[in-house]
Structure formats: structure tokens, C-alpha cells
Write a protein that binds this ligand. Structure first.
Ligand code: HEC
Length: 186
């Protein structure tokens, strides 16, 4: 008899609790801040962070440390000014720079320009892209400065590599392109 009462009691308890649960209602959320983050606007100052750590926009007319803006615009006139520039890299470390340049060239450029710079990369032989020049093409008069400029801005169907290569790397690749050009002329 006692166990019968127990069973009845358990059933009653279950019925009482389950009848409070409504499937159509939202469930309880424990610690709702784990589900819903506070929305912040991008590039806004955030009050709880000490100044200098938030991702606010830089103060006008300032540049971030270690970054040098490129001084030439993407115009034909400025490209001619860029063309006569010499490479600022240390000529005594030329071997080292060429080695790095060769590696980056193989990663980013050879797919179109070919390992030798003759314009016969894989994408060209598979006819995926047209008009890739040979670096020794006299009409283009490719120099280390013009190559650096082209890497920065891209040219027509060639995209810019300013986001993939930093300034030093751009010069390293440009020096390597000139080496390829000289080897092609030989
Ligand atoms: C998607 C294929 C592609 C890739 C990748 C590519 N290029 Fe080009 N590149 C081209 C094409 C196409 C042209 C010709 C653009 C034109 O004259 O309209 C060109 C032109 C050039 C020129 C000649 C610019 C001039 O002044 O006439 C240079 C130098 C050059 N590329 C260097 C590079 C270097 C260095 C890289 C790697 C960082 C690279 N390219 C990656 C397709 C590519």
C-alpha cells in the first residue's frame, strides 16, 4: 500500500511540473550574456578600454608606426616617376634579397608570368588568361621601379599585390623580376 502511495505521489509531482512547461513559450536562458553579445560599432571608441587599445580610427593626418604610405598615385605620369627609381634595398645583400624575391615570385607571380618570366605560366598555357607579357618585351621598358609600382597597383587584368607583399618584399620581388628580365635578354 505504501509503495502505491509513493507511485501516486511521483506521478502527481511529474504532472505538476510538466504542466508548467509550455513548448510554445521561450525557454529560460541562464546567463543570457553568454548568448547575446553587446553590439559595438566598428572603429568606435569603447569606454571600458583604456585609451589606445580600442580600434578607433587613427587621428587625421597621422600614419601608423612602421607604415609608410606609397608616394606615387596610380596614374601614367606617376608610373613614369616610379620607373626611374632605384631599389632602396642594400645592394650588398642582393643575394639574400633575390632568394626571398624568387620564393615570393614563385608563390604569387609564376602562375601567370612563368618561372622564367617569359609570360608562359600555367594559367597562360591553359588559356585561362591572355596578354601576360614577357619581361624582356622592349616596348614595356620594365624597370625595378615600374615593377614595384605594378605590384602595388596591379595593371588591368593583373591584380594588386599590395596586401600580400609588404614594401620590402615588393622590392625583393621587383629585383628578382629584373634578374629574370636580364636572363631572358642574354
Ligand atoms: C593573374 C595573372 C597574373 C599574376 C598572378 C601576376 N601578373 Fe603581372 N601581369 C599580368 C598581365 C595580364 C599583365 C599585362 C597587363 C597589361 O599590360 O594590361 C601583367 C603585367 C606585369 C608587368 C608589366 C607591367 C608594365 O609596366 O607593363 C610586370 C612587371 C608584372 N606583371 C609583374 C608581376 C609580378 C611581380 C607579379 C607577382 C607579384 C605578377 N605580375 C603577378 C598577369 C599577372
Amino acid at each position: 500500500m505504501k509503495s502505491f502511495i509513493k507511485v501516486i505521489a511521483i506521478v502527481l509531482v511529474l504532472v505538476t511540473f510538466s504542466s508548467c512547461f509550455n513548448k510554445n513559450d521561450r525557454n529560460y536562458q541562464y546567463m543570457p550574456n553568454m548568448y547575446k553579445s553587446v553590439g559595438y560599432e566598428t572603429y568606435q571608441k569603447v569606454e571600458f578600454l583604456p585609451s589606445g587599445v580600442e580600434a578607433g580610427l587613427p587621428v587625421e593626418n597621422t600614419i601608423s608606426r612602421g607604415h609608410m604610405p606609397y608616394k606615387f598615385a596610380n596614374t601614367l605620369e606617376d608610373k613614369e616617376l616610379a620607373r626611374v627609381q632605384a631599389s632602396p634595398l642594400d645592394s650588398l645583400k642582393s643575394e639574400e634579397n633575390l632568394a626571398v624575391g624568387a620564393e615570393l615570385y614563385t608563390i604569387y607571380c609564376a602562375i601567370c608570368h612563368g618561372n622564367k618570366g617569359d609570360g608562359n605560366g600555367t594559367l597562360v598555357s591553359r588559356e585561362k588568361i591572355l596578354g601576360v607579357p614577357n619581361y624582356s618585351d622592349a616596348g614595356r621598358n620594365i624597370t625595378v621601379g615600374s615593377t614595384h609600382h605594378t605590384i602595388y597597383y596591379g595593371l588591368n587584368s593583373m591584380g594588386s599585390y599590395a596586401n600580400q607583399l609588404n614594401d620590402k618584399e615588393r622590392w625583393q620581388v621587383a629585383e628578382y623580376v629584373i634578374k629574370l628580365k636580364q636572363d631572358l635578354i642574354k
